[in-house]
Design a binder for this molecule. Structure first.
Ligand code: PMP
Length: 424
């Protein structure tokens, strides 16, 4: 794969960004233009909307853990990251409601000043224990966690090495960091090694996703851990899609491979398995203390609402008490990987509950999405720059609470739409 998943300026996008005056390269001072020209030239949006194929920002009117109601019509949701199916669990809902009664709806400030509660700190203790690290630090989103951690740690003389398919928040964290960013092709660890060998940077940080969000493949952590040791680098794993899912206790990719000691920074989100919103990093105590006082996205942004914290704590309890949930999500993932493959779909390199169906062409992907939607299946249409150009896809993801009947229904609809559109 040659292009970054997060190439925000990729010309191959279905919604290309017009070249702005400041991207025109060196030359005479550019003629003054209206800053909003780029917005006026962004006509592709209206074209796709006029075709009735626009798949984004769809307003949901009601939902259950695996169903959604859109425009009065209910469908099976296979486009969320509710891996443990806990977003509507009565225990989680009750915990969130109780926290509102106890603390109100918001902290109205940063943790640094007035917005820290004992709920935030309880999550940190629980996550340090779950991940096997000395300490953890809670941020308001996973995105902000990557921004804050990478930019605080990678100084002017340092370098950060990232997989080209790492999440956008990793890419943006690197943009904010003072040091050099070095990218390697997805999963190409020979290229990573060559770049580490030639690097003259002081400190080196390797950042990889544990599970890649649009591919559903698992990183080759054993080999990366070897490179970390060989080149004296530090290693961060963004475990947004692995926490609660991978590993014997749901502690993520490091636990899955038995390499907790080799991963210096375990980063995660609460917006998936933990059915809430927020993010965290787990690491040794001195690093957490440093980040607490240097991560700008932590210090200068309001903290997670108490209801969101209480939901996370309830989810961690349930993860520990009900290991069958993790087993169910894997059972459902296997059923759908096999089911979609045996229908003839290309599911890429999926090894997890994220199962893409690669279509290729943008418009065909939108058409496919629309027909799924019309037939009661809500999935995600993903085009460049979120995936490499010409690898547009329908991204599906499964939950512990999808029933066998729902999954058979989804397979049936995929078969009909896929045949109708000539994809299989
Ligand atoms: N990392 C990865 C790999 C993700 O998929 C996401 C969310 N899509 C994030 C980070 C950001 O997490 P959050 O939703 O909590 O901002």
């Amino acid at each position: 794969m040659k292009s970054s998943a997060q190439h925000a300026s990729s010309p191959a996008s279905a919604f290309p960004r017009p070249r702005a005056a400041d991207e025109a390269g060196p030359g005479p001072v550019a003629r003054s233009t209206d800053l909003f020209d780029k917005a006026r030239q962004f006509t592709r949006l209206r074209e796709v909307q006029a075709m009735g194929l626009y798949p984004y920002f769809v307003p949901v009117h009601a939902s259950g853990s695996t169903e959604v109601v859109i425009n009065g019509k209910s469908g099976v949701m296979v486009g969320s990251n509710n891996y443990l199916g806990l977003s509507h669990d009565p225990r989680v809902v009750a915990a969130a409601q109780q926290a509102i009664a106890d603390y109100g709806t918001a902290c109205t400030g940063s943790r640094f000043l007035n917005g820290n509660t004992e709920l935030h700190e309880r999550i940190e203790h629980r996550l340090a224990r779950l991940t096997g690290k000395e300490a953890a630090l809670v941020f308001s989103t996973g995105f902000q966690t990557n921004l804050g951690v990478i930019s605080a740690l990678v100084g002017r003389d340092d370098a950060v090495f990232i997989d080209k398919l790492d999440h956008a928040s990793v890419v943006d964290g690197c943009r904010l960091a003072a040091g050099e960013t070095v990218r390697f092709r997805h999963g190409d660890l020979d290229e990573l090694e060559a770049k580490l060998r030639h690097s003259r940077a002081g400190g080196k940080l390797i950042v990889v996703d544990g599970v890649f969000s649009m591919e559903g493949d698992i990183v080759d952590l054993p080999r990366i851990a070897e490179l970390r040791a060989k080149y004296d680098a530090r290693l961060a794993v963004d475990d947004a899609h692995a926490i609660g899912v991978l590993g014997a206790t749901g502690a993520g990719t490091a636990e899955h491979f038995g390499l907790t000691g080799e991963v210096d920074l375990i980063i995660g989100t609460f917006s998936k398995s933990f059915a809430s919103i927020g993010g965290f990093v787990a690491a040794e105590q001195v690093v957490i203390d440093y980040l607490k006082h240097h991560a700008r996205s932590l210090i200068f942004s309001a903290s997670m609402p108490p209801s969101a914290c209480a939901a996370v704590l309830a989810c961690i309890d349930i993860l520990e008490q009900e290991p069958d949930r993790r087993l169910n999500v894997w059972k459902n993932a296997a059923r759908m990987q096999e089911g979609l493959q045996s229908l003839g779909f290309d599911t890429g390199g999926s090894q997890t509950p994220i199962v893409p169906v690669v279509i290729g062409d943008d418009l065909l992907t939108f058409e496919f999405w629309r027909q799924l939607y019309d037939n009661g299946v809500f999935a995600n249409a993903v085009v460049a720059p979120a995936v490499p150009p010409h690898e547009s896809r329908i991204r599906t993801s499964y939950s512990a609470t999808h029933t066998p009947e729902q999954l058979d229904f989804v397979l049936d609809v995929f078969a009909r739409v896929g045949k109708g559109l000539g994809v299989i």
